[in-house]
Design a protein around this ligand. Sequence first.
Ligand SMILES: C[S@@+](CC[C@H](N)C(=O)[O-])C[C@H]1O[C@@H](n2cnc3c(N)ncnc32)[C@H](O)[C@@H]1O
Length: 246
Amino acid sequence: MTEHLTNEAAIRQWNRFPREALEAMGPEGDFAKRHLINPVLLRMLGDVRGRRILDAGSGHGYFSRMLATRGARVTGIEPTDSMLSYAREKESSLQQGIEYIQADLAQLPELGDPYDAVVCSMVLQAIPDWKPAMRACVQALRPGGVFTFSVNHPAFEQLLTTWREHGDYRLNRYLAEYETSQTHASNFHRPISAYLNELAALDCRLLEFAEPGLTPDAAQEAQPATPGIESYAHLPNFMLVAAERL
Ligand SMILES: C[S@@+](CC[C@H](N)C(=O)[O-])C[C@H]1O[C@@H](n2cnc3c(N)ncnc32)[C@H](O)[C@@H]1O
């Protein structure tokens, strides 16, 4: 656990995420989600039709809606009032059958029947006391169910900023666990081994470890609006993991 912030305090930060920023995102999320995260998560989850999927830390619900559009039966878990109310408003207008539950993943209530898959995208890095949250994700699965998660790649977290400054990537603190402040809420750096060893301790079998890069064409297209984005074609800003509950 990263000491300085409690889960409750971190959730209060996320609750202040501006509504305009949520509304500005497309139906499939921001640029990084569309190009790097969603395609890998969807491939890892496979055919979701008719499957019960838990979107753990569902935020404003874009990925829950993408899964429901593809035929999954989705439950979203989200602790903040602000993102949860946005997601519920979308559900009232779209009527996709998504159920949203307000909870901290580290103190998850009883959810009923086990899930076929759990997706936890860009969430574990936002939780100070993250191990109970990962445990809850795994325990929500049936044996043989798939747990997928994404986090900022711990070896290249500050990719855009250091690339813009130095034209390459620099990192001088990898092994320690520490808080990193982002625009709206803190994140927590942990080495890759912390995540993978916890999965092993939870009796999960690694199915895939992905480090997606931008295609050169996508990088070139985005370059005028986002200087430094070419770095995403050379280094991975995200890592994604798929594991099976044994
Ligand atoms: C970067 S957002 C990702 C949201 C969503 N998965 C997505 O990809 O758009 C991080 C999310 O983690 C949620 N979060 C933070 N602490 C949490 C906790 N203890 N339990 C569950 N979710 C948490 C935040 O409220 C926020 O929705």
